[in-house]
Design a protein around this ligand. Structure first.
Ligand SMILES: C[S@@+](CC[C@H](N)C(=O)[O-])C[C@H]1O[C@@H](n2cnc3c(N)ncnc32)[C@H](O)[C@@H]1O
Length: 253
């Protein structure tokens, strides 16, 4: 249990081993309060309340800001994203590329609904976006997407489709080889592991999640390391992201 005492300026956490008290200006307090905030955001479906340039984007805004930091640093030629939904995240990456003057986006989804496809195709960012319809792990889809990447291009991959461990592992195997050294493949939504027991969760999310897939992939692929990208700017004391994507960044060495 967590208590926030703003008058005393402390956070009090009660656990099996007793009570710990943390000052509000400590990273420990920030972490505890953030954990509770993320859980409350899960229960209230807060991530389903954002859009980017007119299209719904199902992400925590901090994850978008943080991936922007990585994209600006890596400067990929191509972002491949599995899981398009309404297209908001594709539009977001494309808009960064438009501002950067380089880069394009390939979005893969097992079902691109007609109204979503029309809205993406009518969007200002469409010239930078290629849509591929089909399962992200179907060999013909993996082959077609691979053929869209030219030799020497820098590639970053974001996995945001079916979040079972087996599916994410299959995606990591399929798209990992396309990732260029210094760039990343990101298994998003590892938050599933941390919200077991909350509404709209399943008990097997404890192991059946993207975070466990990323850990297993890293253990079997020494060419990748699980690495949290550093904040390029930080004058505060917090060094960990508030995120739906915990321990999901695999960096190609
Ligand atoms: C969480 S949504 C994607 C959200 C989107 N990236 C965003 O940020 O707004 C997940 C999407 O994955 C798609 N999906 C589910 N299974 C898939 C599969 N096997 N291959 C490709 N896409 C899949 C669903 O159709 C759904 O549109």
């Amino acid at each position: 249990m967590l208590k926030i005492d703003e008058v005393r300026g402390v956070v009090i956490a009660e656990g099996p081993e007793g009570e710990t008290v943390h000052r509000l200006d400590s990273p420990e307090a920030f972490s505890l309060v953030s954990k509770a905030w993320v859980r409350c955001g899960w229960d209230t479906k807060y991530v389903y309340s954002f859009s980017w340039m007119g299209r719904p984007v199902i992400q925590l805004p901090e994850d978008m800001l943080r991936i922007q930091e990585v994209i600006y640093r890596v400067k990929p030629d191509v972002i491949i994203e599995t899981g398009v939904a309404h297209g908001g995240s594709l539009i977001f990456y494309a808009s960064l590329f438009k501002a950067m003057g380089k880069g394009r986006v390939i979005g893969i989804d097992i079902e691109i609904r007609p109204h979503n496809r029309s809205a993406i195709e009518a969007h200002e960012m469409k010239p930078l976006i290629t849509l591929v319809e089909g399962s992200s792990v179907a060999p013909e889809v993996v082959g077609a997407v691979g053929a869209m990447v030219a030799p020497g291009e820098t590639v970053l991959v974001l996995l945001d489709s079916n979040h079972t461990k087996a599916h994410v592992l299959a995606e990591l195997e399929a798209y990992g080889p396309l990732v260029t050294p210094g760039s990343y493949i990101v298994a998003t939504d590892g938050i599933m592991k941390e919200v077991v027991g909350a509404p709209r969760t399943a008990p097997d999310w404890d192991w059946n999640n993207p975070l466990d897939a990323a850990a297993e992939f890293a253990a079997n692929h020494p060419e990748f390391s699980l690495e949290e990208p550093e904040f390029p700017f930080n004058e505060g004391v917090v060094t960990e992201r508030v995120t739906y994507w915990p321990r999901g960044f695999l960096r190609r060495k």
